[in-house]
Design a protein around this ligand. Structure first.
Ligand code: MUC
Ligand code: MG
Length: 381
């Protein structure tokens, strides 16, 4: 008889948190962030937590917070409740057979299973993924207030505080000349020694991208992220071939199959991998393995997840054999408040990896009750 603990229940909760300032991307300006938090209760009493978070509702990708919750409530939970909580590969394969797409919902549930299993075995999640290569991860910061002077002041204060020393600029929402002038102003304000990257978030057509990448290369930008539409792989490849500056695929690369297709075309020098876009922590490692095999650099991307999602990503990027371009796991720092007991630790330009069993993050139930979207109906019930 199988005496393994089973999955007793899975709850998906929408949580709305304010940001510390407006965060301007080409496709949206964020004033708050919505997290989808998963609580997975097992028959042995352990509770695993997970998170799937996107940017700007449906502005960034085709899975919204509401659709993620609905997929979990309506499809993933009924498939998994009553099944073995310890055989995570079996559980996720069961989901894969019956649920197409919906990588965010899959990722949140897989994280919660790994968290519970780590607690059960007394091992941190990175140990379940084969062990950490590094105990802390370099983290850049995105300057995206929309105002160059404010961005420069923000960056100088962060360097002084030893929190970040690499900065990503969000461009693409203004005419090219304005965006280039913005990058130049920040370059002048920070000096030539500070590493700058830019993210165009798909905003340029190829003609604009050729001019834009040339100008950014001349300014000394180190990495240019998703300059053209995610489906325009041929243009991405032409840019990667034409220019020396590293071109990074972000929206274009979700999982190992995308990684393989892009690598076959030599369409990008670097991949931004994101746990929700890949469909979980193991799928992220599979995409990383393809990148490694193809000689493509790996960058630990974010969808501005809160503390649970960012720490889940930290476990996987700590376990990745290579991580040439560092990470941008700064999501928790963009939030004015949080729903966890202890917020992640950023020190000496790095995010510290928890070494305790599971994810190493606990939900603050009072904060969760305060920020959950359905709090009105909860208090009536
Ligand atoms: C993206 O496209 O990279 C990551 C950092 C940030 O500011 O936005 C995200 C999404
Ligand atoms: Mg990006």
């Amino acid at each position: 008889m199988n005496t393994s603990p089973t999955i007793h229940s899975i709850e998906a909760i929408l949580v709305d948190l304010p940001t510390i300032r407006a965060h301007k991307l080409a496709m949206t300006t964020m004033m708050r962030q919505t997290l989808v938090i998963v609580r997975l209760v097992c028959s042995d009493g352990l509770v695993g937590i997970g998170e799937a978070t996107t940017i700007g509702g449906l502005a960034y990708g085709d899975q919204s917070p509401e659709s993620i919750k609905s997929a979990i409530d309506t499809y993933l939970a009924p498939l998994l409740v009553g099944t073995d909580a310890t055989r995570i590969n079996v559980a996720m394969q069961r989901v894969a057979v019956s649920v197409q797409g919906n990588s965010f919902a899959k990722s949140a549930v897989e994280i919660a299973l790994l968290d519970a299993q780590g607690q059960r075995l007394g091992l941190p999640v990175h140990a379940l993924l084969g062990g950490a290569m590094r105990s802390a991860l370099p983290v850049l910061w995105t300057l995206a207030s929309g105002d160059a002077t404010r961005d420069v002041d923000e960056a100088l204060a962060l360097i002084e505080a030893r929190r970040h020393k690499v900065f990503k600029l969000k461009i693409g929402s203004h005419p090219l000349a304005e965006d280039i002038a913005h990058v130049q102003a920040i370059r002048r304000g920070l000096g030539d020694d500070v590493m700058l990257t830019v993210d165009v978030n798909q905003a340029w057509d190829e003609t604009t991208a050729v001019q834009g990448v040339a100008a950014l290369e001349a300014i000394g930008v180190s990495l240019i992220e998703q300059p053209v539409a995610r489906r325009n792989r041929r243009a991405l490849k032409r840019l990667a071939t034409r220019f020396d500056v590293a071109i990074m695929a972000d929206e274009a690369v979700h999982d190992a199959i995308d990684a393989f297709d892009l690598a076959t075309d030599a369409a990008a020098d670097v991949y931004a991998l994101k746990i929700s876009q890949a469909g979980g922590l193991w799928p992220t490692l599979r995409a990383a393995a393809v990148a490694d095999a193809a000689g493509v650099g790996i960058y630990g991307g974010t969808l501005l997840e809160g503390s649970i999602g960012s720490i889940a990503a930290a476990h996987v990027f700590a376990a990745s054999p290579t991580l040439a371009w560092g990470t941008e796991l700064f999501g928790p720092l963009l939030l004015k408040d949080d729903i966890v007991v202890e917020r992640p630790v950023y020190r000496d330009f790095e995010l510290q990896l928890p070494q305790v069993p599971g994810l190493g993050v606990q939900i603050d139930l009072d904060k969760l009750a305060h920020y959950r979207r359905d709090r009105a109906s909860q208090s009536v019930a």
